[in-house]
Design a protein around this ligand. Structure first.
Ligand SMILES: NC(=O)c1ccc[n+]([C@@H]2O[C@H](COP(=O)([O-])OP(=O)(O)OC[C@H]3O[C@@H](n4cnc5c(N)ncnc54)[C@H](OP(=O)(O)O)[C@@H]3O)[C@@H](O)[C@H]2O)c1
Length: 260
């Protein structure tokens, strides 16, 4: 199998840390030219410097709390530079907590960051993908698409909406050589996971180590994922090798999800 992503342009969101950063590295290693997106310009510059330097990687500073501005920035970028064959939709996860006590503003901001931003980005990149007869839209969501996770009420709710949006888009765009798939991380060693462990420890009175061990024990693999393990799945889905895989939810969770 040859994943060869030479001459492919990839827009990788939330790519200064965690799964997004690992994905940018992995796609670049396979030959893609990367445009990073996140809010913190210093971190973007630092990741840019880590990417293989033989191609013109670049970045856009944008905040997923403002979809209109995001759309304008990415449209301007495309008109001045190039379109994208690969879009990785990814951003920070919504705040934790039970669904019953969640405020309307929490649902609204999670819907904006996760659904509206994915949508405007897809609308912005798809015309070039159609022309190229090659498109890969890969959404980083969560295993909560298949099995809601305790203490992540708003996240569980919005993730379902994103998965449904994605499946519908896959049905509409398949005829143009564009696939739309979701990668569902289980517990993955990133800043987001550190935050989740801290919340669990505060809620239960267990130490952070005890909270982390309880989470690991719930996984058949008995460990957390490395961000690279997610990135490899995304890289495969981005390649020509995955051309007949469309509209799926791929858990990368060490077997934690109980559903078939
Ligand atoms: N890690 C896990 O165990 C796990 C499990 C299931 C699902 N997930 C989901 O997978 C996704 C990625 O998780 P991760 O663990 O890799 O997260 P992470 O380590 O917290 O990284 C988040 C990335 O998104 C960027 N970002 C955050 N808020 C943003 C905003 N408003 N606008 C633009 N960029 C923003 C951050 O950069 P800036 O701060 O510079 O903007 C950073 O690059 C999240 O949706 C998360 O909930 C993670």
């Amino acid at each position: 199998m040859n994943l060869n992503l030479n001459n492919k342009y990839a827009l990788v969101c939330g790519s200064t840390a965690g799964i997004g950063k690992a994905t940018a590295m992995s796609l670049a290693t396979e030959g893609a030219t990367i445009t990073l997106i996140a809010r913190n310009e210093d971190k973007l510059k630092a990741v840019l410097a880590e990417l293989p330097q033989q191609r013109n990687h670049d970045y856009i500073v944008a905040d997923f709390s403002n979809p209109e501005e995001l759309k304008t920035k990415v449209s301007d970028y495309i008109s001045k530079n190039h379109g994208f064959h690969i879009l990785v939709n990814n951003t920070g996860g919504p705040k934790g907590g039970p669904v019953f006590s969640a405020g309307l503003d929490e649902f609204e901001s999670a819907f904006t960051q996760h659904l509206k931003c994915n949508h405007v980005l897809a609308q912005t990149v798809v015309p070039f993908m159609k022309e190229a007869s090659y498109g890969r839209i890969i959404n980083i969501i969560s295993t909560s698409v298949k099995q809601p996770l305790d203490g992540l009420g708003v996240s569980n709710t919005i993730r379902g909406a994103v998965a449904s949006w994605s499946k519908t888009l896959a049905n509409e765009l398949g005829q143009f050589g564009i696939t739309v798939n979701n990668v569902l991380p289980g517990a993955t060693g990133t800043e987001r996971l550190t935050e989740i462990i801290k919340n669990k420890s505060a809620k239960t009175g267990n130490t952070e180590e005890e909270a982390a061990n309880a989470m690991k024990n719930a996984v058949p693999a008995k460990r957390f994922a490395k961000p690279e393990e997610l990135a490899y799945a995304v890289t495969f889905l981005a390649s020509e090798c995955a051309s007949y895989i469309n509209g799926i939810n791929l858990p990368v969770d060490g077997g934690r999800t109980k559903s078939l």
